[in-house]
Design a protein around this ligand. Structure first.
Ligand code: T3D
Length: 282
């Protein structure tokens, strides 16, 4: 994909249109200390994804990409679920033959690509069940922190579909091919404990601590050398698709970009002056 190899840093221009002025129906957006939090907000249906959710997520991820004051993104859910995947109630209202290929291209794929292309850390704060494309969304974030009562459900095989929204890419890379196939084929729920053992989540916390710990974690990234973190993300994902020689060259090029940042100069200066670095994300 283009985001693997494109070396042009995205135009980091501050967008004067604040995300919070957007009139969203299905997501909530808030900012704190460089951390933007998007909360899926259809709690009665475990934050299942209908057309509005996909449109609003796409719009908000564009805002995040444009706004250089955002230095870490958190994605979480309202109520007892993280996200139950495609809204099956709206599926029941579809009339005539449905073009799944077009639907994935237009609705889900841009969200997954946008998350991966963001040059900042993204964290899923998994507050409850993550199923189907809801689990894929969590997997498309760079890091995952989950409440101990969260669970993960493939769901796709139970309704006769294949894992989508990037799950066939992310899951085998995170846990290996055999486990990924087992999970996808059985559709059995994975507990939070097992998800931690498998490396599917980075951290587990008590449910009542999730929001606080997630924000604290995100805030540490938001205070870091953002450009270097973004370039690290690019390098790591690119490494999954190329050999060592190509990767060494890619690292050399990306290090060229990192070495030109103000944060690099500040980092070295702070070390020599024996003080904490004050990174500005530039
Ligand atoms: O179609 C396309 O465009 C292709 C794209 C496909 C992408 C996909 O994501 S396909 C997979 C779709 N998701 C599922 O199949 C998951 C369905 N849900 C479940 O299996 C279970 O609900 C859960 C395991 C997620 C949670 O179980 P549980 O027992 O904790 O909750 P529940 O009682 O089943 O659900 C609570 C409510 O949420 C309930 O509403 P109600 O009856 O009180 O009005 C339930 O209907 C609703 N809900 C749960 N999942 C969905 C949903 N409503 C709409 N869509 C859902 N996916």
């Amino acid at each position: 994909p283009a985001w693997f190899c494109n070396l042009d840093l995205p135009a980091a221009q501050y967008s004067p249109m604040s995300a919070k002025t957007q009139n969203y129906e299905t997501i909530l957006v808030s900012d704190a200390a460089g951390v933007r939090t998007i909360t899926l907000n259809r709690p009665d249906d475990l934050n299942a994804i209908d057309d509005r959710v996909t449109k609003e997520l796409q719009a908000e991820l564009k805002n995040v990409a444009r706004d250089r004051t955002v230095r870490c993104l958190v994605l979480t859910g309202a109520g007892r679920g993280f996200c139950a995947g495609q809204d099956l109630k709206s599926v029941m209202k579809r009339e005539g033959p449905f073009d799944f290929t077009a639907a994935l291209r237009q609705r889900y794929n841009p969200i997954i690509s946008a998350l991966k292309a963001l040059e900042i850390p993204t964290i899923a704060g998994i507050n409850g069940v993550a199923a189907g494309a809801g689990w894929s969304l969590a997997l498309a974030c760079d890091l995952r922190i989950a409440a101990k009562n969260a669970k993960f459900v493939g769901a796709f095989s139970k309704i006769g579909l294949i894992p989508d929204s990037g799950m066939t890419w992310t899951l085998p890379r995170l846990i290996g091919l055999a486990k990924a196939l087992e999970i996808a084929w059985t559709g059995d729920a994975i507990s939070a404990d097992l998800a931690l053992q498998f490396g599917l989540v980075n951290r587990l916390v008590e449910p009542e601590e999730l929001a606080k710990v997630t924000q604290e974690w995100a805030a540490t990234f938001a205070k870091s050398a953002t450009k270097a973190l973004g370039l690290t993300k690019r390098a790591m994902y690119a490494a999954m698709g190329q050999g060592l020689d190509e990767q060494l060259e890619y690292e050399a090029q990306l290090q060229g970009a990192a070495g030109r940042t103000k944060d690099y100069s500040e980092g070295v200066k702070a070390f020599i002056e024996k003080r904490a670095a004050e990174f500005i994300g530039e």
